[in-house]
Design a protein around this ligand. Structure first.
Ligand code: DHB
Length: 388
C-alpha cells in the first residue's frame, strides 16, 4: 500500500497532523494499536493553550472546545497559607481552555471519519524500514495477525513515549533524560468544583493540584512516591490527604471513581528526524505534567511539521523538513524548562533541607509579588505563539 504520509499513533499529534494534511489535500494513513473505545475514554491532560484552541477551531477540527470547554483566565498559586492569583487576562491578554484530551480525540476522530480518511485502529507498528531512502515503509500487524506494509514519502512517529518509530532513528533510549523523586497520585471524583480556577498548592505536606473536568466531575492530584500503590488508600484517606494540602479551601468531596499514579520524566530525543522519518509529540519528548505542556507541545510540533510536509509533498522542497528539528527544539526546550521549573518550584523533594524549603518560598514570592514574574508564568502557561 502507498500513501503520502504514514502516521503511527492516533493520539492528539497523529490525528491533528492527519487533519492538517487533509486540509492541504495530502493523503495519509493513521495506524494505532488501540481501539477507538480505549482512545476516546483514557483520561489524560485537561488544559489547552489558547494557540491550541485556535488551531482546533480555525481548522474546523472542534467547535465543542468553545461550547463544552471552559475558558480560564488565571490560576492560583497557594503557599505559606495564602493564595495568589496569576491573572492571565491582565498580564498577557491570553487564556487557556479546560477541555479534556479525550474530548479533543473524539473531535479529531469524528473529523477524520467524516472526511472519509484512512484510520486503522487495532494495527500495531512493528518496525520502520528504508528511512534513508525516499520510500520509507511501516511494517505492521493487523488485528487478525495479518502483515501490513505501508509505503510513504514520509513516516511520522506520533506513537508516544514508547515509540516504535523512534527506534528507526537510532536507539530507543537515545536522548536527554531526567527523572524526579516523586509522582502524582491522580483521582477523578463525582463532585462539584471546589474552586472557580485551578489551584496549584505547595504545602508542607507536599504539592496538590485542584483541577476540574466538568460541573459534576473533578480531577485532583497530590504528590506521592513513584512506587505508591494506588489501592493503598481508602477514599476517606485520599480526601484527608488532599484536604491537608490545600489549607484555606474546603474541598467538596464525592465518590472517587478512578485513581492512578503518574510518573514524572523529562526526555528529549537526540534525533527528531532521520531521512524520511520524523518524530512529534511524546515520541520526541516527555515533560512532567506540572504546567500542562505535554499535549500543547505535541500540537506545536505538528503545526511546524504540517508546514514542512506541505512543502515536501507539493513542491518537493526539503528545506522546511531539514529545519523542523531545530525549529521544534527551540520550543521543546522552553517547555522543558517551564515544566521543570513549575515542578521544582511547587513540589517538596524527599531530600529537601530547611534551607531548600525556605528558598522555595522565596522563589514563589519573587514570582507572585512581581508583575514581571506573574507575566512570565502567564506567558508560558497560556503558550508562546505558534508558527502559523
Ligand atoms: C491538569 C493537569 C496538569 O498537569 C495541569 O498542570 C493542570 C491540569 C489536569 O489534568 O486537569
Amino acid at each position: 500500500e502507498r500513501t503520502s504520509v504514514a502516521i503511527v499513533g492516533a493520539g492528539p499529534a497523529g490525528l491533528l497532523l492527519a487533519h492538517l494534511l487533509d486540509i492541504a489535500g495530502i493523503d495519509s494513513i493513521v495506524i494505532d494499536q488501540r481501539s477507538r473505545e480505549e482512545i476516546e475514554t483514557t483520561i489524560r491532560a485537561g488544559i489547552l493553550e489558547q494557540g491550541t484552541v485556535e488551531v482546533l477551531t480555525d481548522t474546523g477540527a472542534s467547535d465543542r472546545v468553545r461550547t463544552v470547554g471552559q475558558r480560564h483566565d488565571g490560576i492560583e498559586l497557594r503557599f505559606d497559607g495564602e493564595g495568589h492569583r496569576i491573572d492571565f487576562a491582565a498580564t498577557v491578554g491570553r487564556g487557556v481552555w479546560l477541555y479534556p484530551q479525550h474530548e479533543v480525540l473524539k473531535d479529531l476522530i469524528a473529523a477524520r471519519l467524516a472526511a472519509g480518511q484512512d484510520l486503522r485502529l487495532g494495527v500495531t507498528a512493528d518496525s520502520v524500514e528504508g528511512v534513508d531512502t525516499d520510500r520509507p515503509r511501516v511494517i505492521a500487524t493487523g488485528s487478525d495477525g495479518e502483515r501490513i506494509e505501508i509505503e510513504a514519502d514520509v513516516v511520522v512517529g506520533a506513537d508516544g513515549s514508547r515509540s516504535v518509530v523512534r527506534r528507526a532513528l537510532g536507539g530507543s533510549s537515545s536522548g536527554h533524560f531526567r527523572e524526579y523523586p516523586f509522582a502524582w497520585f491522580g483521582v477523578l471524583c463525582e463532585a462539584p468544583p471546589s474552586s472557580e480556577e485551578l489551584i496549584y498548592s505547595s504545602s508542607p505536606e507536599g504539592f496538590a493540584l485542584i483541577s476540574q473536568r466538568s460541573a459534576t466531575v473533578q480531577r485532583m492530584y497530590f504528590q506521592c512516591d513513584p512506587e505508591e500503590d494506588p489501592e493503598r488508600f481508602s477514599e476517606r484517606q485520599l480526601w484527608d490527604i488532599l484536604q491537608a494540602r490545600v489549607p484555606g479551601t474546603t474541598l467538596k468531596e464525592g465518590h472517587i471513581f478512578q485513581r492512578d499514579v503518574l510518573r514524572f520524566r523529562s526526555f528529549v530525543a537526540h534525533e527528531l528526524r532521520r531521512g524520511r522519518a520524523v518524530l512529534v509529540g511524546d515520541a520526541a519528548h516527555t515533560v512532567p505534567p506540572t504546567g500542562a505542556k505535554g499535549m500543547n507541545l505535541a500540537v506545536a510540533d505538528v503545526v511546524l511539521l504540517a508546514e514542512a510536509l506541505r512543502a515536501l509533498v507539493r513542491e518537493k522542497g526539503e528545506r522546511l523538513l531539514d529545519a523542523y528539528p531545530e525549529r521544534a527544539l527551540s520550543r521543546i526546550w522552553k517547555a522543558q524548562h517551564f515544566s521543570w521549573w513549575m515542578t521544582s518550584m511547587l513540589h517538596t523533594s524527599p531530600e529537601a533541607t530547611d534551607f531548600d524549603r525556605r528558598r522555595q518560598v522565596g522563589e514563589l514570592r519573587s514570582v507572585v509579588e512581581s508583575e514581571h514574574g506573574r507575566a512570565y508564568l502567564a506567558e508560558a502557561y497560556t503558550g508562546w505563539p505558534l508558527a502559523r
